[in-house]
Design a protein around this ligand. Structure first.
Ligand code: P1T
Length: 388
């Protein structure tokens, strides 16, 4: 179904790529096509699909929806968020250089430092809020710039438009990638801010049900799509049709889920900020956030992500939680809590963690869509327990 960019977000999330008329039997929910291979009319005479790694109808539907809701042109899905990162990394060649904001998901940082660097690809990490220093790290061999905003776990914001403009002023062929996993295209659309590629850990809010591991990249350029499509097939990091079907279902409720995550997340952030045993709260929609003004400019809202420094014992706090589940990951309907220093960001060096402020007092919450008052009561009792 052609994408109509004028349509509202929820209309596109529910209908783009899902036209029942594309199938002979007109199913309203697109089919889950498990077949790994497709009959050909003659040698190399196929009807759009030949082999499950190179293309699958259920995957195609999802990729079309993803491109539509991002206001992009092409969507590509991968076996995980890091699979999508690997695909973007495969655009680089030995001798190339990538500049990355310094506060990013630990697994992405590990991939850059320990895997990409083996291929003689140079990595520099720079503070994305010091645009001058950031662009000063660009060299003749810089081919890619990597931004995460808000950052994981400290929810720092990066001015995407300002970085894009500054980077493109140095060299227009540098590919600017934005990891939008924390907000989704419901709250932020980096392609509209000038980025070349948006990457997702679909595992998070986009799927939102904590039952699929998947990644995606959305681009506007036909040339970039062609290169990534080749990599998707050649590296073989594709998601299963079953997972694609699950995510197509999930995207239909993305708007309502994100609205509820925002409501609960903000209520939790305000509760924590007023709490005597919380030292500091990070949430972009709180006026106390150092980049609150930027949040109003480049985001239309915020998800359920809240980080804070607890005054008491963080381990006692986490163990006392009854509704929040202590677990890695984020973005599901259920509330999660974790200690980045020993969990999601344990792969960073101690020095990097110290520099960023990821210490044993920093808690990260993924506020789910349970009843708001229950979540606040749970946090309240766990904060009391942290002082015992
Ligand atoms: O887990 P995977 O689907 O491979 O996605 C990796 C990834 C990429 N980008 C961001 C911003 C992420 O947060 C992640 C994964 N993050 C966690 C598992 C976590 O708990 O932070």
């Amino acid at each position: 179904m052609p994408t109509n960019t004028e349509e509202g977000f929820a209309t596109k999330a529910i209908h783009a790529g899902q036209d029942p008329l594309q199938w002979n039997y007109c199913p309203v929910v697109g089919p889950l096509v498990m077949s790994t291979t497709f009959r050909q009319d003659g040698p190399a005479e196929h009807r759009g699909f030949e082999y499950g790694r190179s293309g699958n109808p259920t995957r195609n539907m999802l990729e079309t929806t993803l491109a539509a809701i991002e206001n992009g042109k092409h969507g590509l899905t991968f076996a995980s968020g890091l699979g999508a990162t690997t695909a973007l990394g495969a655009l680089l060649e030995s001798g190339d250089h990538i500049v990355c904001v310094d506060d990013i998901y630990g697994g992405t940082s590990r991939y850059f430092r320990t895997c990409l660097s083996k291929n003689k690809i140079e990595i520099s990490f720079a503070d994305g809020n010091n645009i001058k220093n950031f662009t000063n790290t660009i060299k003749n061999n810089t081919k890619m710039v990597w931004i995460e905003s808000p950052t994981n776990p400290l929810l720092k914001l990066i001015d995407i438009r300002a970085i894009v403009d500054a980077v493109k002023a140095v060299r227009s062929d540098i590919i600017v990638v934005v990891d939008n996993s924390f907000l989704t295209c419901y709250f932020q659309r980096p392609l509209e801010l000038g980025a070349d590629a948006v990457i997702y850990s679909i595992t998070k809010y986009m799927n939102g049900h904590s039952d699929v591991v998947m990644g995606a990249v959305i681009v506007r350029s036909d040339e970039l799509e062609k290169r990534l499509r080749y990599i998707q097939n050649a590296l073989g990091i594709v998601p299963s049709p079953f997972d694609c079907s699950q995510v197509s279902r999930s995207l239909k409720t993305l708007e309502v889920r994100m609205k509820q995550h925002m409501k609960n997340g903000l209520a939790v952030a305000k509760f924590l900020e007023a709490h005597p045993h919380v030292t500091r709260v990070f949430h972009p929609l709180l006026p106390s956030h150092p980049q609150h003004e930027l949040s109003k400019k480049q985001m239309s809202g915020h998800s359920g992500m809240v980080s804070f420094y607890v005054e008491g014992d963080s381990s006692k706090f986490l163990k006392a939680l009854k509704i929040f589940v202590v677990a890695e990951s984020l973005g599901g309907y259920e509330s999660l809590a974790e200690l980045p220093s020993t969990m999601t960001h344990a792969s960073l060096t101690q020095e990097a963690r110290d520099e960023l402020g990821i210490n044993d007092k920093l808690i990260r919450l993924s506020v789910g869509i349970e009843t708001e008052s229950d979540l606040i009561a749970d946090l309240d009792q766990a904060l009391k327990a942290s002082l015992l």
